[in-house]
Design a protein around this ligand. Structure first.
Ligand SMILES: [Zn+2]
Length: 125
């Protein structure tokens, strides 16, 4: 069986896959964060668009999401801390030239009628 790309150590089929296929809704911001990381790793642009808050969706063009997801190899996700509607995480990825990068972000999520969405992220903290 295949381990989930989000690094939870669970099987993909019992971790992020039910969210990516819209069979289940993430219950928590962390679950949504993990499933969005997995969507980057497997280049599921539709899921990334669908889980972006409708008020900011226009700021994220599908073609740009696709290029960003595809041009990097997603190595590792670490959840540093979660608090309320925020998730602090680090994502390690390798660019097309083989260079490693770490993306650290404090993401804010919002729940609309029981569905969690990604709103935005802070990078300076
Ligand atoms: Zn997962």
């Amino acid at each position: 069986m295949e381990k989930c790309p989000c690094g939870s150590t669970k099987e993909f089929s019992s971790c992020c896959e039910p969210f990516l296929t819209h069979k289940q809704l993430p219950f928590t911001p962390e679950q949504l964060m993990r499933s969005r990381y997995t969507a980057f790793a497997i280049v599921n642009v539709e899921y990334l668009v669908a889980t972006t808050h409708p008020s900011v969706r226009h700021l994220h063009q599908p073609i740009e999401i696709k290029e960003w997801a595809q041009s990097n190899q997603w190595i590792r996700l670490t959840i540093v801390n979660t608090s309320g509607d925020q998730v602090h995480f680090k994502a390690v990825y390798q660019d097309g030239k083989g260079k490693l990068h770490q993306h650290e972000e404090l993401s804010t999520f919002a729940s609309v009628e029981g569905t969690w969405y990604y709103v935005d992220g802070e990078y300076d903290f």
